[in-house]
Design a protein around this ligand. Structure first.
Ligand SMILES: [Fe+2]
Length: 233
């Protein structure tokens, strides 16, 4: 079924963040995912598209994903969405946010968005599914995944989260990550299952060791695909 929406990506700021604009064409409303850095560019994009920003979706509360919230709110009366678990972890006073649980629907005009709870990078990290597209924040990168050694990180949870994404979503699902850490900005789940080393582990202990002790020693950006068992030896 054709859905009347478009997802636009802007790479902004010194940490190669992707800020996404989900535009529902039926209502000409838009949601900004992780507003940060140069919000003027996000607003200019929305204006070019003829869309009014009505919602802000957060994948998680790290500074590089949220430092543009106020700049959006001074221009638009937008509703802020995040997982309740992330709001509790963050501890910041927020003005009437909508606090979600995993599986909740968000309706943007005629475009349905599903909130997935994907802990591991932070306790309340979220991915947002729009039909066969998935905005993944710092949970899943193209050929990488979010680090689990910062406050609130948990590699065992990340292992479970990635297994669930792998098992629960169609292979053709398009991945839109929170940072531009590879040689291309997006990928499919199928391509990630084949070449993302973090999706290849069968044992949680192997995943945890690789994420916490091996990975950053042996790989650097731009991440390239890793094939075969040598990746996990
Ligand atoms: Fe982060």
């Amino acid at each position: 079924m054709h859905m009347p929406y478009a997802i636009h990506a802007l790479e902004l700021g010194p940490m190669e963040n992707f800020v996404y604009l989900i535009h529902d064409r039926s209502s000409d409303t838009a949601a900004v995912v992780d507003p940060a850095w140069d919000v003027d560019q996000v607003i200019a994009l929305a204006e070019r598209e003829g869309a009014r920003i009505t919602d802000i979706l957060l994948t998680h509360s790290h500074h590089d994903h949220i430092n543009g919230i106020e700049a959006v709110l001074t221009r638009f009366d937008a509703q802020l969405h995040l997982l309740k678990a992330e709001a509790q972890f963050w501890g910041r006073e927020l003005q009437r946010p909508t606090l979600h649980h995993g599986g909740d629907p968000i309706q943007l005009g005629e475009t349905p968005i599903e909130v997935l709870h994907t802990p591991g990078h932070t306790p309340g990290s979220a991915c947002y599914r729009i039909q066969d597209q998935l905005i993944t924040g710092d949970t899943l990168f193209v050929f990488g995944c979010g680090r689990c050694d910062l406050a609130g990180g948990n590699p065992e949870q990340m292992y479970t989260t990635l297994r669930r994404l792998r098992a629960g979503l169609p292979a053709h699902t398009r991945i839109h990550p929170g940072h531009n850490y590879a040689e291309k900005p997006t990928s499919t789940l199928e391509e990630q299952i084949e070449g993302n080393p973090f999706l290849g582990f069968e044992r949680v202990s192997d995943f945890v060791h690789y994420r916490m002790h091996e990975h950053d020693r042996i790989r650097s950006t731009p991440y390239r695909p890793v094939h075969g068992p040598e990746a996990f030896s």
